[in-house]
Design a protein around this ligand. Structure first.
Ligand code: SF4
Length: 703
C-alpha cells in the first residue's frame, strides 16, 4: 500500500503473542513502529491476525516503566483502587539501577541465608525469549539453590506435557499444524483456534475447503463449526467418557492398526480390556452425545488414511487434564495416526514462547529438555556445565508455591513477566500470598497487578526492543530482532537477570543473547545442529534437526519414539467428575479463557489502542436462553458468584454457548475471572481446573 515509503527502515521479527509464531516485519520511523506486515514464515505464509497486526503500541504506553521503583515506606502491599500505574510514585519511589539491584538481590540473598534455598522461588514467563528463560531457570537453580521455578505452562499445557512425556517420551507436537492440509480427518477438541490461534485457524479452514473432514469436539460452539464435517458438543467436563467411548468403538469394531500397534506401542491389550465396558451407550449419559454420533466420529477417525488431533486448554485445564490428553494419545496410537504426513498429535501451544520456555527448563521437576532433576547422571551433566551442585528434589509448581507462601515456607520471590495476581486461580488466596511475601522482586514493562505487591520493580524490555529466539507450537525456533530502542532506563531482561545473578556471587559475564544460546546448545540435545547464527540467517529452524545444512523434521517419530524401548505406551483412564459438581446453589458451569483481541492478563493488549477499542470492557458470554431465563438483555449487567468470590460484568449474548454455562475472559482486572476459579489441581500436571467451576448467575443490582 506504499506505507513502506513512509517508514525509514524495516526490521524482520516474530509476533509476540500466540504460539502460532507468525513472522512479521516492523515498519519503523523515528524509532517508532508505524505498522506491521506479515512475512512468508513457515507458520503464517504472510498472514497475521488482529493482535499481530495492530498490537504494537503498548511499549510506548504512558504507563510504561522507564526507571526502577522501590516501594515507599509504610505503603501496604496489594491492589489499591486509587493506584494509577501511569503515576506510580504515590506508592513507589524512583531509584537508580544500582540501588534497585542491590536492594532486590540483598532481600533474596538474605532470605536464603536465613532460611535456606527452599525459602525462595521464581516465576519466569513464556513471553521471555529462549535465552531469558534459560538464564532465569539457571539463576534459580544455581543461585537460589532450588528447583522452585515455574511459569505459565503450569496454567496452560502442563497436563498435556505430562501425558505426552509419559506416553510418547516427548512433550512437543509430533507434527506441525501445516500437516492438516494433508490429513483426511482433523479432530479439533478443547480448542477454539479462530480466537486463540487465529492464523492456524485459517489453515484449518483451507484444509476443510479442500476436502479435509474437520471434526469439532467441544461443549461450546465456535466459528470453525461452519467448516466442520461433524460437531460434537458434549457435556462440560465429560471428555474422558466421550474419548473412552470412541476407543471402545475402535477396539470392539477392530478398527485399530494392528501392525502399527505391534511395531510401535506397548500396553494395547490392557487398553482393550479397559475400554470394553465403556460403550457409547454406557458413556452417552455422561457425555451427552448420542451413541450413533460417537460411533460415526470414531469410525471416521480410525478409518482415515491420515488423521490428526489438535487440542487446547479445554482439554488441559481440568483436574482430569492429563487423563484427557492420555485418551487423545491412545486414539492416535491405536489407529497408527502419528509419524506420517497428515497425521499427528498437536497440543496447540498458547503463548508465543511457551514451548521454548518449557524446553529451556522453566519447569520445577525437569532441567532443560525435560531431563528429570532426580536423575543423577543427567543432573551431573548440568552440574558440570554450570560448575555448581544442583538440587535433586523437584521444585514446587505455580499453585503449590502460592500454598507454600501461606504455609510460611516460601518467603521471597523473583517474578519475571508473569502476572499471578491476575492469572492464578482463586485470586483472593493468590493475592494474599503475594502480600505475605517478605521480599518480592518484579521485572516487567508496567506496574502490573502483581507488581503492585512488589518491594522492587525492575523496568524490562518489550519484544520489539530486544534480540532473542522463540520456539512456536510447531517446534520452529525463530529469530526476534530489536526494532526500537528501550525507553528511559529500561534494560534488556537478560542483562537484569545477569545483574541479580552476579549479586548472588555467580560469575556470569554474558555480553549478548547469542552467547546464552551457545550455552543452551551444550545442554539441550533438541538444539543439535541449530546455532544462533543459523536462526539469524534462516529466520526459522525446526527441531529436531539432523544436520547443519539440513532442514529440521516437521514430522517426528516415524521410526521410533524417544522412550527407553523406542515404543509408545497406552495409558488407560477412567472418567472422573469435575472437582466441583453443580448443585442447587451453584447450578451453572463457569468456564474461562481468552478473547481474540486480548492476550492473557491484558497487561499488553489492554494498553494497545486498537485492541482495547475493540474489546474495552469485561463481558460474560451466555446462550440466548440463559439470558432470557435471567431476565437480562444483552448489555445489561450480570453478577457471577462462586464459592470463592463474586464479580459483576456486562452480559453478552452468544448463540454458540450452551445453556447452563457462562464464559468469562480472564484479562479484565475490574471483573477478574480468576477471583472465581477453582484452584483444584490435576494430580499429574498440577494444572488448575480453569475450565469448570460451579457458579450462580443473577442480574446485577441496580447502581
Ligand atoms: Fe500473532 Fe498468533 Fe496472531 Fe500470528 S496468530 S499474528 S502469532 S497472535
Amino acid at each position: 500500500r506504499g506505507d513502506s515509503t513512509i517508514a525509514d527502515r524495516t526490521v524482520d521479527s516474530v509476533c509476540p503473542y500466540c504460539g502460532v509464531g507468525c513472522q512479521l516485519t516492523y515498519h519503523v520511523k523515528d524509532d517508532t513502529i508505524l505498522h506491521v506486515s506479515g512475512r512468508d514464515g513457515p507458520a503464517n505464509r504472510n498472514r497475521l491476525c488482529v493482535k499481530g497486526r495492530f498490537g504494537f503500541d503498548y511499549p510506548r504506553h504512558p504507563s510504561r516503566l522507564t526507571l526502577p521503583l522501590i516501594r515507599r515506606e509504610g505503603v501496604p502491599k496489594g491492589l489499591d483502587p486509587d493506584f494509577d500505574p501511569a503515576n506510580p510514585t504515590t506508592h513507589f519511589r524512583e531509584a537508580s539501577w544500582e540501588e534497585a539491584l542491590e536492594l532486590a538481590a540483598k532481600g533474596l540473598v538474605g532470605l536464603k541465608e536465613a532460611h535456606g534455598p527452599d525459602a525462595l522461588a521464581g516465576f519466569g514467563s513464556a513471553k521471555c525469549s529462549n535465552e531469558e528463560a534459560w538464564l532465569f531457570q539457571k539463576l534459580v537453580r544455581t543461585g537460589f539453590g532450588s528447583n522452585h521455578v515455574d511459569h505459565c505452562t503450569r496454567l496452560c499445557h502442563a497436563s498435556s506435557v505430562a501425558a505426552l512425556m509419559e506416553c510418547i517420551g516427548s512433550g512437543a507436537v509430533t507434527a506441525s499444524f501445516m500437516q492438516a492440509s494433508q490429513a483426511d480427518v482433523v479432530i479439533l477438541t478443547g480448542c477454539n483456534p479462530t480466537v486463540n490461534h487465529p492464523v492456524a485457524a485459517t489453515f484449518f479452514k483451507q484444509a476443510a475447503k479442500r476436502g479435509t473432514k474437520l471434526i469439532v469436539i467441544d461443549p461450546r460452539g465456535q466459528a470453525l463449526g461452519a467448516y466442520a464435517h461433524k460437531t460434537l458438543r458434549f457435556t462440560p467436563g465429560s471428555d474422558v467418557a466421550l474419548f473412552n467411548a470412541m476407543l471402545n468403538v475402535i477396539v470392539t469394531e477392530e478398527l485399530f492398526d494392528s501392525t502399527y500397534i505391534a511395531e510401535h506401542t506397548q500396553g494395547f491389550e490392557a487398553l482393550k480390556t479397559h475400554a470394553v465396558d465403556m460403550t457409547p451407550e454406557a458413556m452417552s449419559g455422561l457425555c451427552g452425545i448420542a451413541p450413533q454420533d460417537i460411533r460415526e466420529v470414531a469410525r471416521l477417525y480410525a478409518n482415515a488414511d491420515r488423521a490428526m488431533i489438535f487440542w487446547g486448554m479445554g482439554i488441559s485445564q481440568h483436574t482430569h487434564g492429563t487423563d484427557n490428553a492420555r485418551c487423545l494419545i491412545s486414539l492416535a496410537l491405536a489407529c497408527g495416526h502419528t509419524g506420517r504426513p497428515g497425521t499427528g498429535l498437536h497440543p496447540l501451544r498458547g503463548q508465543n514462547n511457551v514451548q521454548g520456555a518449557s524446553d529451556a527448563g522453566l519447569i520445577p521437576m525437569v532441567l532443560p529438555d525435560y531431563q528429570p532433576v532426580g536423575d543423577a547422571q543427567l543432573r551431573s551433566a548440568f552440574e558440570e556445565l554450570w560448575n555448581t551442585p544442583l538440587d535433586d528434589k523437584p521444585g514446587l509448581t505455580v499453585v503449590e508455591i502460592v500454598h507454600a507462601i501461606h504455609d510460611g515456607q516460601i518467603k521471597g520471590m523473583y517474578i519475571l513477566g508473569e502476572n499471578p495476581a491476575m492469572s492464578d486461580p482463586d485470586l483472593d488466596h493468590a493475592r494474599a500470598a503475594l502480600a505475605k511475601l517478605e521480599h518480592l522482586v518484579v521485572q516487567d514493562l508496567f506496574v502490573t497487578e502483581t507488581a503492585q505487591f512488589a518491594d522492587v520493580i525492575l523496568p524490562a524490555s518489550s519484544w520489539p526492543e530486544k534480540d532473542g529466539t522463540v520456539t512456536n507450537t510447531n517446534r520452529q525456533v525463530q529469530m526476534g530482532r530489536k526494532a526500537v530502542p528501550l525507553p528511559g532506563e529500561a534494560k534488556p531482561d537478560w542483562w537484569i537477570i545477569q545483574q541479580i545473578a552476579q549479586r548472588f556471587g555467580l560469575p556470569w559475564n554474558y555480553a549478548h543473547p547469542r552467547e546464552v544460546f551457545a550455552e543452551m546448545t551444550q545442554g539441550m540435545p533438541s538444539l543439535a545442529n541449530i546455532s544462533w547464527e543459523r536462526v539469524e540467517r534462516e529466520d526459522s529452524v525446526t527441531y529436531p534437526c539432523p544436520g547443519e545444512d539440513e532442514p529440521g523434521f516437521d514430522i517426528v517419530f516415524s521410526d521410533a519414539f524417544p522412550t527407553p524401548s523406542g515404543k509408545a505406551r497406552f495409558s488407560p483412564t477412567r472418567p472422573l467428575p469435575p472437582d466441583e459438581p453443580l448443585d442447587d446453589n451453584y447450578p451453572t458451569v463457569l468456564t474461562t479463557g481468552r478473547q481474540l483481541e486480548h492476550w492473557h492478563t491484558g497487561s499488553m493488549t489492554r494498553r494497545t489502542q486498537v485492541l482495547d477499542a475493540l474489546e474495552p470492557q469485561a463481558v460474560a458470554s451466555l446462550a440466548p436462553g440463559e439470558l432470557e431465563r435471567l431476565g437480562l438483555r444483552p448489555g445489561e449487567r450480570l453478577t457471577i458468584t462462586t464459592r470463592r468470590g463474586e464479580i459483576e460484568l456486562i452480559a453478552r449474548v452468544d448463540p454458540l454457548m450452551p445453556e447452563g454455562m457462562v464464559f468469562v475472559p480472564f484479562c479484565y482486572v475490574e471483573a477478574a475471572a480468576n477471583l472465581l476459579t477453582n484452584p483444584a489441581l490435576d494430580p499429574y500436571g498440577k494444572i488448575p481446573e480453569f475450565k469448570y467451576a460451579a457458579c450462580r448467575l443473577r442480574p446485577a443490582e441496580a447502581r
